[in-house]
Ligand binder design. Structure first.
Ligand code: MG
Length: 373
């Protein structure tokens, strides 16, 4: 199982119209895939996200020369080295070597991990609500309406990027459009302090369809989070930018959040990501993984969620939902999976059980030109 070849696929798409959250507008989407092939011809795909020139130099000049000739079965020791150089690149290598291990054992990824608890995983439509249009509220409502018609049942929208009254008007309009029947998540991307976050409580306490309030404040002040959590009527979620399972421990051990949201692309790989999910189970905290960038990483996220024990014995829907990016992003099609009725049915063939759409790799290949603002 020696590693023979590693190909890289840096992909870039410039958006026709920017969209964003409280942190600003996005003008492009990027994706970085790798394919590792062994001497015996078994291949595995991996994915990471970062500035493409940095990833290309890192892989071409350091990671690929290091991996060639190494045993693909030594996934954990190899990742332990690469994560010291570049954490996000290690995530891609961990996915590719996991697929190779599964394929060589003639197992699906979930079977390799011990088996699935479920074949269907719930997903919510994730929106970037802000645009540079003066009618951004109507535009946002239109997007939600259209997406609900295409088979989603739950949604996450943004707050915290405009004045309170303007954001409130957006959410009130959305609630009246859906009759407060659509399960809804509000994400402030760490925009508020405690007092500003509490201004929402009057409304949160009336709306019965809210799943959670996401990252109302910067996550570095856990005592404030604990205070806020005690004073709001809805669960609080967060942690998408946390870089390792270990870093979730302070959040979990102080009961600062109701739901943690690890992201496979922001840590050191699939094993660490699954550790964070399991830690949440040990602490009795819910886990709804963040999965904004990357269709392959979303697939691994769904595999991990399908392989996680139920959070409750009481509900029929005993697993937390996974994020599904519904904004303009051609890389969403790299893994041809479509949600239906608010759920995704997981492939269960050998390895990842589904083919990467390789037409997109040529069409969107980054030409090496500068793309930051
Ligand atoms: Mg978020």
């Amino acid at each position: 199982m020696k590693i023979k070849k590693i190909e890289t696929f840096p992909l870039l798409h410039r958006l026709s119209a920017p969209y964003g959250d409280a942190n600003g507008f996005k003008k492009y989407r990027s994706c970085y895939l790798i394919r590792i092939t062994t001497e015996s011809g078994i291949d595995g795909w991996g994915e990471c996200i970062d500035w493409l020139p940095a990833l290309e130099v890192g892989f071409k000049e350091r990671i690929i020369p290091y991996l060639i000739g190494k045993s693909a079965s030594d996934r954990l020791p190899l990742i332990a080295v690469i994560q010291k150089w570049h954490r996000r690149s290690a995530a891609a290598v961990s996915m590719a070597l996991t697929e190779i291990a599964a394929k060589s054992a003639r197992l699906s990824v979930c079977d390799l991990w011990g088996g699935k608890w479920r074949d269907l995983v719930p997903v919510y439509a994730s929106f970037q609500s802000y645009s540079d249009r003066s009618d951004w509220i109507d535009h946002s409502l239109g997007l939600v309406e259209q997406t609900l018609a295409s088979g989603f049942t739950m949604a996450k929208v943004k707050i915290g990027g405009r004045a309170f009254q303007e954001d409130l008007s957006h959410i009130q309009s959305l609630q009246s459009m859906t009759g407060e029947r659509m399960p809804l998540i509000l994400d402030a991307n760490q925009s508020y302090d405690t007092a500003a976050a509490r201004k929402w409580e009057k409304y949160l306490s009336k709306w019965t369809n809210l799943l959670w309030l996401e990252e109302p404040m910067p996550l570095n002040n856990l005592p404030e989070y604990k205070l806020l959590r005690a004073s709001l009527s809805v669960p609080i979620a967060g942690g998408e930018n946390i870089k390792s399972a270990e870093q979730f421990l302070p959040l979990l051990s102080t009961n600062s959040l109701d739901i943690i949201q690890p992201d496979i692309l922001h840590g050191t790989g699939i094993e660490d990501f699954r550790d964070a999910m399991q830690l949440a189970r040990h602490f009795g905290v819910k886990v709804s993984p963040h999965s904004y960038d990357g269709a392959l990483s979303r697939l691994y996220t769904l595999f991990a969620q399908a392989s996680l024990s139920p959070w409750t014995k009481m509900d029929k829907e005993n697993i937390e939902p996974v994020e599904w990016d519904v904004m303009q992003n051609p890389f969403s099609e790299l893994v041809p999976l479509k949600p239906f009725g608010g759920h995704v049915s997981l492939p269960d063939g050998i390895g990842i059980g589904i083919e990467i759409n390789q037409d997109l790799l040529d069409r969107y290949r980054w030409d090496g030109s500068s793309y930051y603002e």
